[in-house]
Design a protein around this ligand. Sequence first.
Ligand code: C2E
Ligand code: MG
Ligand code: MG
Length: 661
Amino acid sequence: MRAFLRLFDLDTSDPELIRAQFSSFQGHIPLLYGILVCNTVAITVTSFNSEQLVKTLFAPIAISGIAIIRAIWWLRQGDARKLSDTEIAKHLKRTCQLAVLMTLVFNAWVIWVYQDANAFARSNLTFFLALSQVSSVFCLMTLRAAAMLVAVVSTISFALYFSWVEGGQLLPQSLVLCCVCIGMAVVTHSFNRSFSEVVQSRRTLHIRQLETEKLSEENRRIAFSDPLSGLPNRRELLARLDRLDERKGLPPNSLAIVFIDLDGFKQINDEHGHHAGDELIRTVCQRLRAQCPDEAILARVGGDEFTVLLETEGPAENAQTAAVDLALRLLEQMSLPVLVDRHVLQISGSIGIASNSDAQAHPRELLRRADIAMYHAKTEGKAQLAIYSDELDKGRLRRIEIEGQIGTGLGRDEFEVVYQPIVEAASGAITSAEALLRWPRRKQGVLSPDEFIEVAEATGQIHPLGLYVLERACREIQPLGELCLSVNVSPAQFQQPGFERQVLSILHQTGFPPHRLQLEMTESYLLTNPGQAVKATDVLKAAGISLALDDFGTGFTSIHYLKSYGFTHIKIDKSLLSGLEPDSKATMLVAGAVTLATALDMKVIAEGVEHETQARILRDIGCHAMQGFLFGKPASLAQLERGLERAGKQQRQARRLRMVR
Ligand code: C2E
Ligand code: MG
Ligand code: MG
């Protein structure tokens, strides 16, 4: 029973459903009232009686008037979205009540007219009544309560009336009316259920659509931003550059790209783990962001690469000048220490700048140019900035060319190793030789080691080249008595995992005693990678190999600092020797270095000794060994052997002379 009564309940608990019902009513109710007015007019025409004006004219006018007013009201209801849920529920409730009221009024009027009508008018009345009933229920179908109430009210009133009049002759019509009512109720009920289901599935669909939109927005965000820093990534930067490119007529000097690459980030990652690396990146990002103007776009375009896209007003506000100002601030920020997991990490950054100063410099080209400039800043010693110029590009193309040639050169045996003697300062005896790489059989012409080694270091080709020099020099010098060997090692070689093992394996294969080998390295390795440097040098020292710091005096390393890394020798750079004259500042400087190194148990080798005066001064201030053109230029193994022979003979002669005297 309760379930039956619930069929007549107006359920307003689902706001979306009542909105859908309201929207469907906006089209159906005017139609319902239209049909009602037509039926009323039709009944009026067929039953008009001038003596019964109230019944056959005024009453239908009143009914039609109310119907027209309600139809107009519904037609004027515009966008349902402007109404609140409560307002909609209120309107539906009122519609429900009015539908019942109008049914009762219409039925009462029809019964009233029926009483005095002739047989023809009565059949018309029955037809119009049934028509009104069916059309009302169908038009109200989306609102179950209204449709059910209208069906029941109109059926009961007429079924009762028809059963009562004409001595029960119209009972069959009453029964048919009841059957039609039951049929309509069943159809209304199932239609209503389907309607709710459609609304429900539309809602589910809408929710899914929202979820999909959210998901695709999330995907877009992931695809175009860097998850670690939250900054735009390379793809986003390229998209922005393309959008800038589409904006024709960018004023010259209005766009600049600052390309930043962290120095020594890889080592921090290797040494302290990726967690520390991530932390460092986050801190660096914050620092960079804090320096960038609000409208500038800071992006993370690689593991340790960032770009800043700067747009200015054009000639009045030059983008390149703004970029240089910004880059200087960024360099300063990047050089500040970073605290990660109780470790103070020190890094720096190399910066390249390019601006749209010429017509060819479209946005993507600017990125390429800034990258080239950054690479230049890196190869020039890092922690600095470089501004793009066409010369840099030419240099880059040349480097690419050399890179390819080194690869083929190694395969074709175009490289050679030469040796420069190192003499003991006191006796002048050749005690050692430095192995130096040459490329004499290069098809395109001879290239200085400085030039091709720089390329090999940048491309990683220094690994096979370095091992080639070490292996060949060990093999060639091994038979030369007690002569020691000095081999240059680039910082990049030390960073190669397993480098120490490879050195020891070469010594083993060539039978070269470790105590005769000295590895020369520059201080840049110590500064960028102190932890790794200690580990690698410890293994080599433990094997008996000695370590020399090359080019001392060109950097800032103190002798104390060198000692802590286990260096046994320091090689004073030839640039310091140029002013070596009695009582000169250079002499005092070198003398100070020699005294300090000796006190710390380190030996000093002077490089680039060209004149006898320099040699004398160096001997006087206590320098241990010397190397330079004065004692021999870098030369082939055969020449070194001849030199050794000559020196041996001279020494034997000198000894004989001393004995004769
Ligand atoms: P370096 O290790 O400092 O080598 C000494 C450089 O000084 C050599 O130049 C040598 O020829 C030059 N030199 C020696 N005595 C004199 C002198 O009296 N006057 C002048 N003006 N120069 C002198 P080189 O052979 O051109 O090598 C240049 C640099 O290339 C080396 O500097 C070293 O850093 C690098 N290098 C050479 N061979 C190798 C190698 O096999 N591996 C690595 N990693 N680097 C190498
Ligand atoms: Mg050297
Ligand atoms: Mg040197």
